[in-house]
Structures are given as C-alpha cells and as structure tokens.
Design a protein. Sequence first.
Length: 371
Amino acid sequence: MKTVVILGGYGNFGKRVAAALAQDTGVNLVIAGRSQVKAQACVDKLKPAAKAQLSVWQIDIFAASFSEQLCQRSPFLVIHTGGPFQGQGHGVPQACIDANAHYIDLADDRQFVCDIHQLDKLAKARKVLVVSGASSVPGLSSAVIEYYQPLFKEIKSIDIAIAPGNKAERGLATIAAILSYTGHPFQVFKDGRWQPAYGWMDANVNDFGGIAKKRGLANVDVPDLLIFPERYRVTDRVSFQAGLELPLLHWSMVFMATLAKRGFVKNWAPYAKLISSMSNLLLPFGSDIGAMEVHISGEAQARKDVVWRLYAPDGQGPYIPTLSAIIIAKKLLAGDINKRGAMSCVGLFELADFDAYFEDLGIYAQVEIRP
C-alpha cells in the first residue's frame, strides 16, 4: 500500500485533492496539517465513500523535526497544498527528497516554482519526481498552449486571465499570496523586452463571453510570466491578469495597489484575515461562475488568434487549481510517469487529461480560432 501525504489536506484546495485520491484503492491517504481537529473532520467526511485507507497526521512543516518525522512515515508521495508559498523556501520539497518521496505542490509563486530546478540533481539522485506549480498556472495554462502551439509558426503574444465568481469558495492562503505583491513591481515580458509591472494595476475590463460575461482584471504575478517567453519563443508579450467579479471589490484592490505603490502601505498580506472577513460580507452578491481565458496570437501562413475559454458554473471553480496535482498524482500511483528530477509543472501531461474531470464537474471549454 502506497502512502500519500497531503499537507494542508483539510484546506480549500487540499480537501479537494483528498476527495479525489480517496477514491483510489491501495492507497494510505494521510490528511496532514497543524490542526488535528480539522484533519479528523476531513477524514470523517471522506470515510463513508472512501476506498483508500485514511489517517490523520498533526504536523507543522516549519518545525525543526519535520524532515525527520517525514522520513519516519516513508511516504510514496507528498502533495503540498499549504500556501501561501511566497517566502516559504524549499524546505518541504528538500525533506521529501531526503525521504525518497515524490513531491507535488500547488504553488503559484513565481520564484518558488521557477527555482525548484535547483533541486533537480538531488531529486534525480534519489530517483524521485519533484513538481512545483501543479495548479491552474502553469499546469493547466501550459497544457492549453502546448495543445495549440503546432498551429503557429511563431507566437507573438500570450495573454492569460482568470476571473473567479464572487460566491466561489476562496482560501485565506490565496488571498494572502495576492496581497503580498499588490502594488509591488515584478518583471514582465512586454513589447519584446523585460520591464516592470505592478501587482493589481493596469486595470481593465475583459469580456469572457458565455456565462461569465465582462469582468474586471488587473496584473498578478505568476510563474507563467517567467517561464513562457523562453519556452514558447514569444516575440512580443506574455501577460497574466486576474480579477474579482464585484466591481466594488475589484476597484478597491486597485486602490490598495495604488497605496502600496506610493509607499503608504508596505505590504497588505498581514491584513489578509481582515480583508477576507470584509469581502465575505459581500458573498450573497455576484455569481458562482468562474472563467479562465488563454489568448494566443501569432503567425502561421497568416496572422492567427486562438482564444480558449474555460467556464466553471455552480461554484466549481476552486476545483480547477487542484486538477493538475490530481492528474500527476494518479499517474505516479499508476506508474505512468517515468520522469525524475525537479521541475515546474510544464510538459508533464496533455490538455486531454483534464477532460474527464471537467465533465464530472460540469466545467466546459469553448475555443475560437480566428484567421
């Protein structure tokens, strides 16, 4: 029986990963985190329909004894969902390598994901797979681009946008991660060169069409911004924006970014709990419809545009960031991935691998290909 440890297994994303893997026989699924009460509640909820063996582990990933305790568990795989990943360092994946365990995380922090390759030599020596960014970005976003890349002789621009519904469940870690760079500069590839952009600025409105319609967007810092220009040999621009459905919340964030840029607030992340509580007062408003858009523009025989849009009705949007990790985990458990080493989540699966999950969740995509 293979032991799979989910760090943060009762959190917003962790509980969804746990629910998917609990359906696998021959797995000892360990729900791990700092709160034994919350971990046990998650196990109790999963038990009636679970095929996997379930257990609880109270552990703090920042404890000095974490690596030693993990080695004692001898896990086959560790899935790290305990964000925010900003400033965490690579102590957890390092501990997994030391324990001869495969590792997957849902990180969306640019440096955390892109610097994971520093562990490549160690991971290969221990014959384990270490994957960072197994989430919507760069996991799903790169799968979309690689599916449509053969249509292009040259890619000029890649523009990606994510817009969750206001009623969709959101985790405190995700809010803290976004707030950490709100109003702060980061490098983007624009007009064929690297230049600064500011978190939650350059606000605009995008029409996602379909059931999502128009949503406000602003800059967010994600691994795609660093990975995609080189990987896809983009000549002009790679952009990534996200937004909040309610204009009041969206433009409040833009105002907060302005305050941070001008130095009135050093970092909004410490206020994550307060801001989350305030935003929850508006949960009755808006919708539970989320959307994602990947717009690829370039040259084939003539100019070509591909606009891929994903729609998540009925509050299913929070499942999307978990699917890349679930896909890789199931492939590892089945012995279908032979790659070893440490890498960002690009090129490890195909867009078609998401199809069955999208169908089960009622999530669907629409594609426009414009000459």
